[in-house]
Design a protein around this ligand. Structure first.
Ligand code: E4P
Length: 218
């Protein structure tokens, strides 16, 4: 399963990429707004593409098909690894069909149901992003739709990749793996929680203390 980092923060991206922990990046307008300041958003996307050699999702902000297609074409020209992120609206699916037909990689986002995911696959989406945590927030079991989408895509032979999104803790990531998601996007806090385990820390501390007792070096 591919792991993407859900951020536009270059320091976070560099750290995870240099450690070899991530396969790509997802961003959204809220994440981009946090880091933009007086920089040009396109400059930020270009820089991310230089740091990470994998799919980099850049989201449109137009709400009409024509505007989404225009923004999507222009974003995709920034780098071969750019994936144009489009909202799961009628206009977004129309734009997805057009851009996918032109060979542009797409990520249909803000997916909250299996039926929506089917429509995105039919529109040719490269990735579908079901938002697990936000479904949990309103009292649903967000992970259920990952399992359902997996079943539907396999049953009908769609090759759209399931990108589990809005993951809030390591258990979400584990469950996404078990459900057969193709990729998961997570914030840095969740990525490092996955990496660390208290028994690893305790075990290492014990090994080093025992070795120190010998007074020798390697
Ligand atoms: C995914 O593409 C989104 O950027 C992200 O996972 C949303 O997560 P949130 O619900 O924690 O904001």
């Amino acid at each position: 399963m591919k792991i993407f980092l859900d951020t536009a923060d270059l320091a976070e991206i560099r750290r995870a990429a240099e450690a070899g922990l991530i396969d790509g990046i997802t961003t959204n307008p809220s994440l981009l707004a946090k880091v933009t300041g007086d920089r040009e958003p396109r400059e930020i996307f270009r820089e991310i593409c230089e740091v990470v050699d994998g799919p980099i999702s850049a989201e449109v902000v137009a709400t009409d098909t024509e505007g989404m297609v225009r923004e999507g074409r222009s974003l995709s020209e920034l780098h071969d690894n750019i994936v144009v992120k489009l909202p799961l609206t009628e206009a977004g699916l129309r734009a997805c069909r057009t851009l996918s037909g032109e060979g542009v990689a797409t990520n249909v986002t803000l997916c909250f149901s299996t039926a929506q995911a089917l429509l995105a696959a039919k529109a040719g989406a490269t990735f579908i992003s079901p938002f697990v945590g936000r479904l949990d927030d309103v009292g649903h079991d967000g992970m259920e739709i990952i399992a359902e989408i997996r079943q539907v895509y396999d049953q009908y032979g769609y090759d759209t990749e399931i990108l589990a999104a809005s993951l809030r803790h390591p258990r979400h990531v584990l469950e996404a793996m078990l459900m057969g998601a193709d990729a998961a996007t997570l914030p840095s806090a969740v990525l490092y929680k996955l990496l660390r385990h208290p028994l690893t820390d305790a075990g290492l501390e014990q090994f080093l203390a025992d070795w120190k007792g010998t007074g020798k070096s390697l």
